[in-house]
Design a binder for this molecule. Structure first.
Ligand code: FE2
Length: 105
């Protein structure tokens, strides 16, 4: 994505970085962006699967199942982008550079 379209890169702090540092910021931004898309697709996969469970008749289940397959393909399509193009797969809503949130048990 062009730097002009990335609000996070239009910042005084980024202006003072060298190209290697700016590259690291770009990689982290893309890792975060693709991770958030993937989490959204995972959510859609779960929701559509629940719709299959909820609808009352078999024809509705067959129809809803086609959307489950679509969402599973979307998750599969995004997984390589979150595991090879960025530094890490980030948890949902975690911003680049933020420490990981603790989960409550
Ligand atoms: Fe999707």
């Amino acid at each position: 994505m062009p730097d002009e379209l990335q609000p996070a890169l239009r910042h005084d702090v980024v202006d003072k970085m060298n190209e290697a540092e700016k590259g690291e910021v770009r990689r982290n931004l893309e890792a975060w962006r693709f991770s958030q898309f993937m989490h959204g697709e995972q959510g859609a996969l779960i929701c559509t699967a629940k719709i299959v469970q909820t609808v009352p008749d078999i024809d509705s289940k067959f129809y809803a199942a086609t959307q489950v397959i679509d969402e599973a393909r979307h998750v599969e399509g995004l997984q390589p982008l979150t595991s090879t193009k960025g530094p890490a797969r980030l948890p949902a809503q975690q911003q680049p550079g933020q420490p990981a949130r603790r989960r409550h048990s």
